[in-house]
Ligand binder design. Structure first.
Ligand SMILES: Cc1cc2nc3c(=O)[nH]c(=O)nc-3n(C[C@H](O)[C@H](O)[C@H](O)COP(=O)(O)OP(=O)(O)OC[C@H]3O[C@@H](n4cnc5c(N)ncnc54)[C@H](O)[C@@H]3O)c2cc1C
Ligand code: SF4
Length: 329
């Protein structure tokens, strides 16, 4: 049985108290929300903070507010179940609710939160293993080692951004609010991520993710398609999030396609947008856009399935996502 290492657990009752505790706790400290990512990582000794600040008892972080006309705000500690089953989100932000619904299992969705999902650690077959397993290969540079076993001559880590919520957030043009003892800032969700398997967030370690802001719905359509080995539960090996905005005459005015699980960050493919703008999402335009997505997608050999097949699936899944959007809201 894998056991948690010893740690001090703090339980603030407000955002202000959490920020003050974080500022006072030094460097060896992490926030935890549902714990469905952090606690397994701690059991595998990938992360071993001396102090853990639980956000579970902060009611302000558990609210969903707003509506499709003005946009919606989801508190960082709203559970994935609450996101997946919220009637307004399901009706107007189907991609967000659907992505949450595809995450892990019902029990884990009850514990796991939207904020934790947006900040999920990157994943790799050589990293998501027990301490003993990792020790047997002399570890790797993401934790305790020197080398990258996926690309041994590489100076960087290629662990994969594997959250279902992240590509959707970026495709929608969502924003997040971050708070620390230095103040509050609101940034595009896209600006939260970095193409590096170790330093995968731009967020400072002491910044608390307070909320996730969805843009108003004004005629755009969005969807999320996920590839995984088992539909019952599995991390994505490919996620395709798409948002398409239409002009009054029914032509595509703007488009954003974001791939998850093919790089260390949510990968936006501008070539797809270029192939769609001005079209009516007809089959030839969709085919050209799917080809445009296929070329830059370069999955690494550190998740499930073979590389070539995962790359080929980019074309298939982008095509399916756009075909769905072409059929109407
Ligand atoms: C078996 C299994 C299957 C899974 N399948 C999937 C899947 O298919 N798709 C998927 O996307 N995920 C999957 N997950 C991962 C995880 O369950 C979800 O991503 C979940 O949403 C994480 O949320 P959490 O609240 O539990 O995060 P936590 O574990 O609490 O935190 C995750 C990270 O975010 C930080 N953090 C959390 N909240 C905040 C905050 N408000 N401010 C600052 N930092 C914060 C923590 O310090 C930690 O680094 C799976 C997990 C398991 C165990
Ligand atoms: S990509 Fe390389 S450095 Fe990163 S977790 Fe995998 S083996 Fe380790």
């Amino acid at each position: 049985m894998l056991r948690l290492p010893p740690f001090l657990l703090l339980e603030p009752r407000s955002i202000d108290e959490a920020i003050a505790m974080r500022a006072a706790a030094g460097d060896d400290v992490m926030f935890v929300a549902g714990g469905t990512d952090l606690y397994p990582n701690m059991k595998r000794r990938q992360q071993t903070p001396a102090t853990v600040i639980s956000l579970a008892r902060i009611p302000e972080l558990r609210e969903i507010t707003g509506g499709p006309a003005e946009g919606m705000t989801i508190g960082a500690c709203v559970s994935l179940t609450a996101v997946a089953t919220n009637p307004v989100l399901s009706a107007h932000y189907r991609a967000v609710a659907h992505a949450a619904h595809t995450i892990s299992t019902p029990l884990l969705r009850n514990m796991g939160t939207m904020g934790g999902n947006l900040l999920l650690d990157t994943r790799c077959n050589y990293y998501d293993q027990t301490y003993e397993w990792r020790k047997s290969i002399d570890f790797c540079m993401k934790r305790d080692g020197e080398i990258c076993w996926v690309a041994p001559s590489s100076p960087r880590c290629w662990a994969v951004q594997s959250s279902d919520g992240v590509p959707v957030a970026v495709a929608l043009g969502a924003e997040v609010t971050l708070a620390s003892s230095r103040g509050v800032r609101r940034i595009p969700a896209a600006a939260l991520y970095r193409n590096d398997g170790i330093e995968y967030l731009t967020k400072a370690p002491d910044e608390l993710l307070v909320s996730y802001h969805l843009p108003p719905v004004n005629g755009w359509r969005a969807t999320y398609h996920k590839l995984r080995r088992r539909d019952a539960f599995d991390f994505p090996v490919l996620g395709v999030a798409a948002r398409v905005d239409f002009a009054a005459d029914g032509t595509v005015h703007a488009a954003r396609i974001v791939l998850g699980a093919v790089a260390s960050y949510p990968m936006e493919i501008p070539e797809v947008a270029a192939a769609l703008v001005g079209t009516r999402l007809e089959p030839t335009a969709i085919g050209t856009a799917a080809d445009a997505a296929y070329r830059p997608a370069k999955p690494m050999d550190n998740t499930d399935f073979t590389l070539g097949w995962r790359k080929e699936m980019v074309r298939v899944y982008v095509q399916r996502a756009l075909e769905e959007l072409s059929r109407g809201p």
